[in-house]
Design a protein around this ligand. Structure first.
Ligand code: AMP
Ligand code: MG
Length: 524
């Protein structure tokens, strides 16, 4: 197995001088060197061939002893030195001080085909940032992270990738619902892959400590390696950097809204500076369309991280990043300008995206009302977001005239209680479809063309919460076939894949209130 290691983060940025692996506050350093924990009996469960190929690895590589050894944490790469990053963050709206990679260990940065990738093990043991926790991860959350990272990539959502999923062979104690019922679970290690794992919190920690020297070093480093289009320097460069981060963050959130993804823990330590979806914890997928839904039971009271609020939270997080970068610019206005623009841009990007989901190419103002009334209608009775939009692609303008009811046949599978779609609810849908039909008649493209373009933005298959849970339940019994089946299915989320149509179905009733399906905590 040959990886072309070319480390930047640990070569160019200041290291913690202490090599001891004791939990502590780390000052004036971007990271601490650590060694992964040696697992007792590692076993490879799954590899993403696409992500392996990105790194230049082939099938014989990932079936090798060396692969198992490196990606389980049993041994370290010869030409690199593993480390944990120091960062802080706002958790649920409150400044939490130093957090850092408590259970993530960066192995190296590698180059392949002109691209650079950082490799990071999650669940490979404690670091100086582990605080009161063990640095480990359990199989259930590792399956969720591995499958979802890859599924998101294939959906076209900016995301970190996942190379491998391994069992450590060790038992890990977790209290899943924080109710005093701790139990042992299988330990696992995932290897995440991204150009960089730098987060908003990496900048925040320096500013919070008044360490502007290192804030500048980190910012200059980030711009140099990850924002090469920025050709200015000094204040101008920092403002441009902030603009670009805002733009990437916006793009990511619009994609989340498009596919119905709810992150669940949008703390500033979980916000990638590259605008990638990062830290797959208690995330979930909207089934019934409900802007107030959050999968995270830890957030049940305030629903801070609910579906409909993700853009608002992103803006709040960007404001915290502005505060972190402020000492480099010493002017508030450029930041507030970007934040104001973010709100405007989000509104229009969101409308454009919804227009695409509806197959409309007209200017977004013309269908603003249609989108608003759709958002209301989808909540009249529990309506599956994925099935609704996918089936809508089959709407025909030539056979359906206002007043007809072909629409009902088309979308009835999206309703969880189809009998509820009667009376006033039925009438509201009728009105909506009449308006939709009228707008479609003004479009130039044929029904077939519209269907084809809608099917490229409305996925048929997403990693519904219960699907991941089925893979987890089987894996806990030693059966890993569902992991592979879902992985293959989700490589082509927009394709019909008719033989796998069983996954294009509403959440079954048994999953409605099941832990892991609709209720997830931060315990992982
Ligand atoms: P998260 O909510 O997963 O983003 O984690 C927030 C912070 O807690 C980060 O600093 C993590 O590294 C740390 N953390 C989460 N779980 C563990 C764990 N099992 N062991 C050590 N640190 C952890
Ligand atoms: Mg995190």
């Amino acid at each position: 197995m040959k990886l072309h290691i070319k480390d930047k983060f640990n070569q160019e940025l200041p290291a913690d001088p202490s090599r001891s692996n004791t939990r502590r506050q780390v000052f004036e350093a971007c990271f601490s060197y650590v060694t992964p924990r040696v697992p007792s009996n590692p076993k490879l469960l799954h590899v993403s061939a696409e992500t392996a190929n990105l790194l230049g690895l082939t099938e014989s590589d990932w079936n090798s002893e060396a692969f198992l050894s490196i990606f389980s944490g049993s041994s370290t790469l010869k030409d690199s030195a593993p480390y944990a990053m120091c960062y802080g963050g706002h958790q649920f709206g409150n400044w939490a001080g130093q957090l850092g990679d408590g259970r993530a260990i960066n192995l190296a940065e590698v180059e392949n085909e002109g691209q650079s990738w950082a490799l990071q093990l999650k669940g490979a043991g404690e670091t100086p940032y582990s605080r009161r926790a063990d640095g480990l991860a359990v199989l259930r959350s590792s399956i969720r992270e591995h499958l979802c990272s890859e599924a998101m990539y294939h959906l076209g959502v900016p995301t970190t990738r996942s190379l491998s999923l391994l069992l450590s062979g060790d038992q890990v104690l977790r209290d899943v619902m924080y109710d005093g019922n701790a139990a042992y679970e299988k330990g696992a290690v995932v290897c995440r892959v991204a150009p960089s794992f730098i987060r908003f919190g990496n900048f925040q920690i320096f500013t919070s400590r008044g360490d502007i020297v290192n804030l500048r070093k980190l910012t200059d480093f980030t711009i140099k390696h990850f924002f090469p289009s920025i050709q200015t320097s000094g204040k101008e460069a920092y403002i441009e950097f902030y603009q670009q981060v805002a733009k990437r963050t916006l793009d990511m959130i619009v994609h989340w809204q498009r596919v119905g993804f709810v992150h669940g823990v949008m703390n500033t330590d979980n916000m990638s500076i590259l605008g990638l979806t990062i830290d797959y914890g208690p995330y979930g997928w909207l089934e019934g369309y409900d802007p107030t839904w959050t999968p995270n039971t830890t957030d049940r009271q305030n629903r801070r991280y609910r579906f409909g609020q993700q853009a608002g939270v992103a803006a709040w997080n960007l404001l915290q990043l502005a505060n972190a970068l402020y000492p480099l610019v010493e002017e508030a206005e450029p930041f507030t300008d970007v934040l104001q623009q973010f709100q405007l841009d989000y509104r229009s990007a969101y409308l454009n995206m919804m227009g695409q989901k509806l197959g409309l190419t007209a200017t977004s103002e013309s269908y603003q009302d249609l989108v608003s009334s759709l958002e209301k209608n989808l909540q009249l009775t529990e309506t599956d977001m994925t099935i609704f939009f996918r089936n809508l692609g089959d709407f025909k303008t030539d056979v359906q005239k206002p007043g007809e009811t072909q629409w009902f046949e088309l979308i009835k599978d999206a309703f969880y209680e189809v009998e509820e779609v009667a009376g006033a609810i039925y009438d509201k849908w009728q009105v909506w479809f009449d308006n939709y039909h009228q707008l479609l008649e003004k479009e130039q493209n044929s029904d077939a063309d519209r269907r084809a373009s809608m099917n490229q933005v409305n996925p048929k298959y997403v990693l519904r919460n219960y699907m991941a849970q089925l893979a987890i339940d089987a894996a806990n019994q030693g059966d890993y076939t569902i992991i592979e089946e879902l992985y293959e299915l989700l490589k082509h989320p927009y394709a019909e894949q008719s033989t796998l149509g069983k996954w294009f179905a509403k959440r079954p009733e048994w999953a409605r209130h099941k832990v892991g399906c609709s209720m997830l905590s931060c315990s992982s």
